[in-house]
Design a protein around this ligand. Structure first.
Ligand SMILES: O=C(O)CCC(=O)C(=O)O
Ligand SMILES: [Fe+2]
Length: 366
């Protein structure tokens, strides 16, 4: 029987070819080689007017300008809710394969479980499983695609989604103000803001130096809030993938990172974080990414262009068009690698066939 989840493969000693990355894509820094370069910002006092608020906003703005990625603590999201969410997510991935596959979303279904490659049509696969649900706008929720196990999933995920929506909006207010716009400007540019929650599960990997949990990318949307466990594996780069920084896990924190939409709205002033996830052979790892996206019909175009700055977009486009262009560009870039990998897989298959000892006449006619 074909293996349909990664959990079974995690027991193997070697990695299947389809997970082996070309050398230039392989991890350069270990999952637990942590760096303190990425700022950790406390949000205590953000809701009150005054000097403390101004100081926090300054730190947030600088982090978006320098990295596009940082961590927040004292963010006001109930810590019990976070641990409930984490527990349920772990329990989901521990369900028997058949239970997870009841929510299989392959074939384009909106929400559920999948063993995932970053891009459909890529030759090399990511070492992760995901479960995802679309939580906003509320009117578009399709509960039939939300897992019904483990018990409590729906009520906890609903509460979690709401709190994260509030936190994301608060951070977008800070950015709007920094751009000398009304507080609601960035949220309004999203029209009716979408939210999608993706729980990433990275099983232990037999040969983590050859694989990635999630290949290098920028998130397409406005802003992402990520909760990770204490294992480590999220890495960011500011120089096109030459050097990598592993984000040090901080208990109870959210990693905040800006996506392409946020980057374009600020005319490139705020960075869209370039990041990836590496895996390891000691521990499985869980992360919960909450993506705040504009509505598909929202217009993507800078809200403010500073004097002397060049426009980063030639024309206003819809978010769905922006997304389509991003995907086709990524696929284009991935095509030569895909062809090379397919050739390699075919050659391996052929080698294996020729290695099979030919049967003797006696065997054939026995
Ligand atoms: O698991 C992580 O640390 C990164 C996840 C991520 O980048 C994503 O889901 O887009
Ligand atoms: Fe991401």
């Amino acid at each position: 029987m074909a293996t349909t989840t990664l959990t079974a493969l995690a027991q193997k000693k070697t990695l299947q070819q389809k997970f082996i990355r070309d050398e230039d894509e392989r991890p350069k820094v270990a999952y637990n080689e942590f760096s303190k370069d990425i700022p950790v910002i406390s949000l205590v006092g953000l809701n009150e007017a005054g000097a403390r608020r101004a100081e926090i906003c300054k730190k947030i703005v600088e982090a978006f300008e320098d990295w596009g990625i940082f961590q927040v603590v004292d963010h006001g999201v109930d810590s019990k809710l976070i641990s409930e969410m984490t527990r349920l997510a772990r329990d989901f991935f521990a369900l028997p394969e058949a239970e997870k596959l009841r929510f299989d979303m392959s074939g384009g279904k909106k929400g559920g479980f999948i063993v995932s490659s970053h891009l459909q049509g890529e030759a090399v696969q990511d070492w992760r499983e995901i479960v995802t649900y679309f939580s906003y706008p509320i009117k578009a929720r399709d509960y039939s695609r939300w897992p019904d196990k483990p018990e409590g999933w729906r009520s906890v995920t609903e509460a979690y989604s709401e709190e994260l929506m509030n936190l994301a909006c608060k951070l977008l207010e800070v950015l709007s103000e920094a751009m000398d716009l009304e507080k609601e400007a960035l949220a309004r540019a999203c029209v009716d803001m979408d939210q999608k929650v993706v729980v990433n599960f990275y099983p232990k990997c037999p040969q983590p130096d050859l694989a990635l949990g999630l290949k290098r990318h920028t998130d397409p949307g406005t802003i992402t809030l990520l909760h990770q466990d204490q294992v480590g594996g999220l890495q960011a780069t500011r120089d096109g993938g030459n050097t990598w920084t592993t984000v040090q896990p901080v208990e109870g924190a959210f990693v905040v990172n800006l996506g392409d939409h946020g980057h374009y709205l600020s005319n490139g002033r705020f960075k869209n974080a370039d990041h990836q996830a590496v895996v390891n052979s000691n521990y499985s790892r869980l992360s919960i990414a909450t993506f705040q996206n504009p509505a598909p019909e929202a217009i993507v175009y800078p809200l403010k262009v500073r004097e002397g700055d060049k426009l980063v977009l030639d024309e206003p486009i819809t978010f769905s068009e922006m997304y389509k262009r991003k995907m086709s560009k990524d696929l284009e870039l991935a095509r030569p690698k895909k062809l090379a990998k397919e050739k390699q897989l075919q050659e391996e298959e052929l080698k294996q066939e020729t290695n099979v000892k030919p049967k003797s006449f006696e065997e054939i006619f026995a």
